[in-house]
Design a binder for this molecule. Sequence first.
Ligand code: ADP
Ligand code: MG
Length: 698
Amino acid sequence: MSDTPQQDLDAPVTAIRGIGASVAGVLGKLGIFSIRDVLTHYPARYEDRSQFRPLRTISDGETAVIAATVTTVENRPVKNKLVITKVTLDDGAKGVATLTFFNTWRLKAVFEKLIGKRVVAYGTVKRQYGGVEITAPEWEPMEAGEEGDSLSIGRIVPIYPGTEGISQNRLRKIIHEALERYADDAADPIPPSLRIKRRLIDLPHALRRIHFPADMEARDAARRRLVYDELLVLQLLLAERKQAGKRQTGIAFADVESPLREFAGALPFLLTDAQARVLAEIVEDMHNPQPMNRLVQGDVGSGKTAVAMGAMLVAVRNGYQAALMAPTEILAEQHLRNLRAVLEDSLNIRVDLLTGSIGERTKRAVRERVASGETEVVVGTHALIQEGVTFHRLGLAVVDEQHRFGVLQRAALSGKGTNPDILVMTATPIPRTLTLTVYGDLDVSIIDALPPGRKPVKTHWKHSADKDSVYEGIRKIVAQGRQAYVVCPLVEESEKVQSRAATELAAHLAEHVFPELQVGLLHGQMSSEEKDTAMARFRANETQVLVATTVIEVGVDVPNAAVMVIEDADRFGLAQLHQLRGRVGRGQFASFCVLLADPKTPIGEERMRVLTETGDGFKIAEADLRLRGPGEFYGVRQSGVASLLLADVLRDADILAEAREDAFALIANDKTLTRAENRALRDAIVQKRRQSEIVTAA
Ligand code: ADP
Ligand code: MG
């Protein structure tokens, strides 16, 4: 064993026998720079090439590996300079096969050299004329390479994520070579006690078996071990952050009872049980001297803002200020209206707004009031975390719709006070397993019920050919006194192009579809005055149809709006669609959402179907994760989930739970991981942190 194993693994790939600068360059395209990267370039899948099937025994439609001798090769030109290459094989046991390839002129010469030699091919078999045909198979000559074919034939063969300029065969050899020379040097970060407790195989064995397993059980055991490693390190990072937060001294808000009573008296409605429970959890944190770091999850319309308001009142009545940061100006203004209605009008608390567009003079005045403490509650956008903003005594920072903000903005807001309590609210429910990773350093409260009387939004999926009848439906509902949103198709290019699309759609609808109605317009390129006016007119039912971009996605609350039509709905994310339709169903009226979409893939259709079948944001999030993978979720990038190579937070939920439990126990017993048995883990964390800094910076 080497004295400095870590160093060896961090050496560049050129340290491996037979790898020069040019191969290293190709490997770099795969993200492989060090020996460690080679060892963790895990197979994308495996092929069982341990059993070659006699051609006679394979039936139509089966996927199989065959080995047979090349007998003829033929190129058949087809129109437009295209070519089909047909290779016939004979397996010497009365079996004949044809391999068919498209548009690779040079293949003919390759196979001609192989006439009389055996090749291995893998693919889906079509049975015809007494023989079999495999179209576009994976294949390779049996006698290739200098050291025989033990890596590619007659075993379970790893298939790697590849790139132009390097064959699977070559990749296998490089990885095999690295395993032979370095796998034993890989310091095992998992303390033996945990390895025994969780029945995990050791690291060198795991690395060998993930690449070249004897059978799939061996592969599974290896994978389990390596997944555990990844998740343990991730959870340790979170556990450390959480513990560090808890060791700080924050604010202990002494009087919580009387502000809560006062709050109940001022609210125009009763809190739901779910709201009351979550508010109690928050207030207990606030009463406690450790700084609060709590996430409130709740579906669209579950009443998170009301809960936050109660917490803010507690802060104010204890002599502190509270801040609420929202991702958009529209939402900030909406919050301002709601907060003023309760906190200012009934309780005489000074509530101010701080956004980018309130005008320099007003801004200066608000900043002064915030600095002097005259402003007790301030609502705003990221303008709140800008430099010139100082608080007299910030006690509670609420961050709404967290998925729009990063960890850094959260930290910036909390930095405006001295260890203030932090409340993060998100209306994009994410599956529990992902919560444990993305928000793993926060305590979590869930508002799992909607206020009473809320009507579920009935969702329909229609093809664009039915557009006219959908518009007719809008007309009927408007005739009953209700209002409608039409969300225009998502255009990726720019906000500008998107806004132009919305403007055109609004003009079209006003002129040709709803000439008898007033059609309003709301998009991101409008000034905030124009936006205000558009919202005010819609709120007053001066416009009946509001054409909008996703700027209405969060927060907008017009109870009389009972229909939403989303054009080209399949271009949006599932969570986003759910968020959008949350804009209707806010009053006592039966409400509808129509998804206009012609999805082109089964997954696209499945996505539309999920929305019509459930109104439960958590179920939708699970489906979204299942259909798209975790990489697409907000916040996931910073969280380290994106850097997971093997682990799949959905599929590996049970391993995640184990790793989380173990990580928090490790940190509780050895908070800096300095005990001898935990040192290698410490190194792994340092390594990981360096990696994720690179990821975040990129
Ligand atoms: P969220 O922020 O979770 O989407 P809001 O806090 O904006 O939800 O609440 C949505 C609407 O429901 C608001 O109009 C709010 O006044 C109302 N609301 C909140 N809680 C209750 C409740 N317990 N009973 C009745 N209405 C409520
Ligand atoms: Mg909200």
